[in-house]
Design a protein around this ligand. Structure first.
Ligand SMILES: NC(=O)CC[C@H](N)C(=O)O
Length: 200
């Protein structure tokens, strides 16, 4: 699909972190992608990506605008969200760090930095189920969270050493790794065509 061919617009929360890479990936797939800096930016969005970064900082910025958190939660009732790494932490029901304002969109509990420090970053290839398709995905982990509990409504699409690392609950998708840094179009295609349901 050529850049901009779809009328679909995906917002990328751009308060902090690796948001620009997500914008590039989405544009490669032909959708409009905009930076979301204020709650009203969500008005024209059909979906929202929450990038990797630092959840303590993102929480601080989200709280500076009194209604940002509630606007995202309202938006998420109807529209899909895709969170990567810090984004997954923010989408969780609960985080082991009480300083993080989780949005409680996916019934998972997470441990921040569960995969260790920056020096413990690693990349691997994992089996992955995207809709009907069984495939593999490159997976780059950078100070990634561990999902310590998964509720019954959560589908696990990929695991690493038995731990869920890519999960879906209804129209929300979350990865503890960074598809935006490994040119992983398959996961974006799954989000755009199966979840946001843009016709292929
Ligand atoms: N790469 C990332 O997004 C790391 C997330 C970060 N460790 C946090 O807890 O906020």
């Amino acid at each position: 699909m050529a850049e901009g061919r779809s009328s679909t617009c995906i917002g990328v929360l751009s308060l902090q972190g690796a948001y620009q890479k997500h914008i590039e990936m989405l544009k490669k797939l032909g959708v409009r992608a905009i930076n979301v800096l204020y709650p009203d930016d969500l008005d024209c969005c059909d979906g929202l990506v929450i990038p990797g970064g630092e959840t303590t900082t993102m929480t601080k910025f989200l709280k500076t605008d009194g209604n940002f958190i509630s606007r995202i939660k309202q938006f998420a009732k109807e529209k899909p969200l895709f969170g990567t790494c810090a984004g997954l932490i923010l989408m969780a029901r609960r985080c082991n760090d009480p300083a993080i304002a989780t949005l409680d969109l996916v019934d998972i509990e997470v441990q921040r930095n569960g995969y260790g420090t920056q020096a413990n970053s690693f990349s691997t290839t994992l089996p992955c189920q995207l809709g009907e398709e069984k495939t593999t995905t490159p997976a780059l982990f950078i100070r990634a969270p561990i999902i310590t509990q998964c509720g019954p409504a959560v589908s696990v699409l990929a695991k690493h050493n038995g731990n869920p690392v890519l999960v879906q609950q209804g129209h929300h998708l979350a990865a503890s790794f960074h598809p935006e840094l490994t040119n992983n179009l398959a996961i974006y295609n799954h989000f755009l065509h199966t979840i946001v349901t843009i016709p292929v």
